[in-house]
Design a protein around this ligand. Sequence first.
Ligand SMILES: [Zn+2]
Length: 493
Amino acid sequence: MPSPSVIRGSTRADRVTVATALAAALLAVGAGAASAQQQPDTLMFDVDVVTNPPAHLSVEARLTSSAAGLITLAAPPSALPAGTDVEGLSATDDRGRPLAVRRLETRYEIDAPAGAVRFRYRLDVRNPVALSSTGAGLDGARLYAVGRSVFVAPDPAAYRSAGRPYPLLWVHLATPPGWQTVTSWGVDEEVFTPASGESLLGATLAAAPDFRIYHDTAGSTSFVLAIRGERHFSDSALRRVIAASLRAAAEALGPVPVPRVTFTSDVGSKGRTSGSLQGPASIGLIWEPGELLERPRIHDLFHETLHLWFGGEMAASRWWTEGVTDYFAARLEAEWRGRPDDLADLCYQSLSNYLRIGHNTGMTMDEEQRAGVLGDNTSLLVYRKGMLAGLLLDAAIRRSTDGRASLDDVARRLLAVAGANPAHRVSEAEIRAVAAEVGGAAVDRTWRRVVEGTSLITAAEVADALRTVTGLDVAPPDVIAKEQKVLIGHPKP
Ligand SMILES: [Zn+2]
């Protein structure tokens, strides 16, 4: 690997030198490691953050391949929230001879000779401030983006299905003087080496002169927290919540599945607070200005951290990845704060939303997912019923094992199954089998009713489950009991 220190401090004028140094280092790696074999393909990006109005990114790339043939590059999604546009993509061979580029709907195709292909483009970012954690924002003061909306690059899934290793990656990021760079591949370096195509496209990429950067460890992993902007809560409050979420999740589910996690927290616009896991190891957080770090936000943070396991380490149906994640987030947050009523409140809130979903007894969660029903996380069964499913399964397991086992045991076994499966995918049948194995026949009954069936979940059974999980009696708020009567009286859709 080329040492970043060799090229640290380079300026735009040195770019040719940077590229040449990288290429030489790369050849040395190839010659040393694989002289008898084919040299690995390589892909280097040179990204310039240009802040002169209109601010944009200027990107140059060099892709080497041992064989001539068609090169297919995936185009970034331009629709919101990504909001980025690729302008004027052109390609040449290594000697500067132009190559034909065909733009198809979601990709570019280049007929390439063996050796190196260079391509360049300008990336415009429509919003000065990212609208969400999966969006992009760029102006003279900051950049926030997600890898897949910045890089025109080969599709990692295509390489995987062809059984070919993804090209070795280098990303050189040139920012205006004084800016700090935060990515999930590292912080404040000049050259980054994403470990894979997924890590290139699934990454938060941010830079600004005023990031406050903290390095810490929790749950036996290290994390970087980069914060911009002012809110009503302090940096240390955010740092404490993140550390607590990593620690609690690691205790329940096993070690954090990645050696380092990057949390990038930026200020967005009014009414827009969101968080998401990008790729396996980076969590983007966009807060609305003046945001208070209150219980719902803390719960969201736990939810995003849990995606390192459910979503990152294990791929499953959405009711598990979103709903059960939400249940774990609520339970772990409540345990951390020593406030079991927090779990009750969030579960009753979920129930209240679930009762308002028109198709709550007309579809299973899986049918809803397959039908592609749209909506936010208050109006979809996979979130709201999924969370209740987590609670009801957890309670059923605890009851049938006299408290010797819980949903945590199911989750840990499923994570082990995921680790051995292609693409870390766990099927419904596998989840059901593991749940029954841990909790027995009683759990299978809950599964049939809640996961496989569509009978209405009642406030009484939620109260019952909460009693089992927390040991406390937390009666449903009056409003839910009333709502439920009204709804049950309605004809089923
Ligand atoms: Zn989520």
